[in-house]
Design a binder for this molecule. Structure first.
Ligand SMILES: [Zn+2]
Ligand SMILES: [Zn+2]
Ligand SMILES: [Zn+2]
Length: 277
């Protein structure tokens, strides 16, 4: 399984649209891996994770023909993960899709449903080119005859946010954005189902900053999460651990974050990064 990180930033991206902070100023001058567009990932070129406001930019940057994508899993309804206007542009009055182009299935929880406002038959656009498929907590769906995707409840301030467990025939990957340390029912599920992750991508929104609130993580909370994952047998020394969804408020440019990440054995994401799971 190849996971391509199209965007690796949090809500404002880096440099943030309006910002004088050091991390943003550094990114404006040094660019490269310091630039973070809003989080989105693509698995094996065909399974899209989130549909944020930088989707258009990602399609240009990485040569992605979005019209050919058939499945997108949206983690939650926050607008850095779901930009409705571009999704609705798949309707035929705006898009010239080749005859026989399959519909785009968009999976998500109740909060995503409330943004997409699908008709009774699930279709989001009048011409039936985008369909919403509601997924329930702990539900598993089989897609593209190739993957099983399970929605697990995230701990985040939106309506029914999910992290997704993506399983191919041989590998298992956790896309863990946006979330805090899991609730006990998720730990129970992971344990009961003997889930072992070959790679985990975890929320590191707040980087090296100390935080009090619930809903995101920093490097410190990532360590707590990984410790528990280890105890439950979900990860081991062979698991790739990625710190991702990094905010300018996390007080770390790429080099700083990478230095801290490296010392903990984590891979710090950057836009365009690919990992083989
Ligand atoms: Zn986010
Ligand atoms: Zn900033
Ligand atoms: Zn969010």
């Amino acid at each position: 399984m190849i996971v391509k990180y199209l965007g690796t930033g949090a809500a404002e991206g880096i440099p943030a649209v309006f910002c004088h902070c050091e991390v943003c100023n550094h990114a404006r001058v040094n660019k490269g891996r310091n630039i973070r567009t809003r989080s989105q990932a693509l698995i094996d070129g065909k399974l899209l994770l989130d549909f944020g406001p930088d989707t258009f930019l990602h399609s240009l940057e990485y040569n992605i023909q979005l019209a050919d994508i058939q499945v997108c899993f949206v983690t939650h309804s926050h607008d850095d993960h779901l930009y409705l206007e571009d999704l609705r542009a798949r309707r035929r009055s705006r898009a010239n899709l080749r005859l026989g182009t399959p519909v785009l299935k968009v999976y998500g929880g109740q909060g995503v449903r409330e943004i997409l406002k699908p008709k009774d038959d699930g279709f989001v656009t009048k011409d039936n080119s985008v369909v919403f498929c509601q997924i329930k907590p702990f539900e598993q769906v089989e897609i593209l005859n190739e993957y099983k995707v399970t929605a697990l409840p995230a701990v985040h301030t939106s309506n029914e946010p999910f992290v997704y467990v993506i399983q191919s025939n041989t590998k298992t990957f956790l896309y863990g954005h946006d979330t805090d340390y899991f609730e006990e029912n998720v730990w129970e599920y992971l344990k009961k189902n003997n889930i072992y992750f070959d790679a985990v991508s975890l929320d590191c929104t707040e980087g090296v900053k100390h935080i009090e609130y619930t809903g995101h993580m920093n490097f410190e909370r990532m360590q707590n999460m990984c410790e528990r994952l280890r105890i439950e047998g979900c990860i081991d020394v062979n698991t790739q651990i990625v710190a991702n969804h990094i905010s300018h408020n996390g007080l770390a440019n790429y080099n700083k974050a990478n230095e801290v990440g490296k010392s903990l054995g984590y891979i710090v994401s950057y836009d365009g990064m690919e990992i083989e799971v």
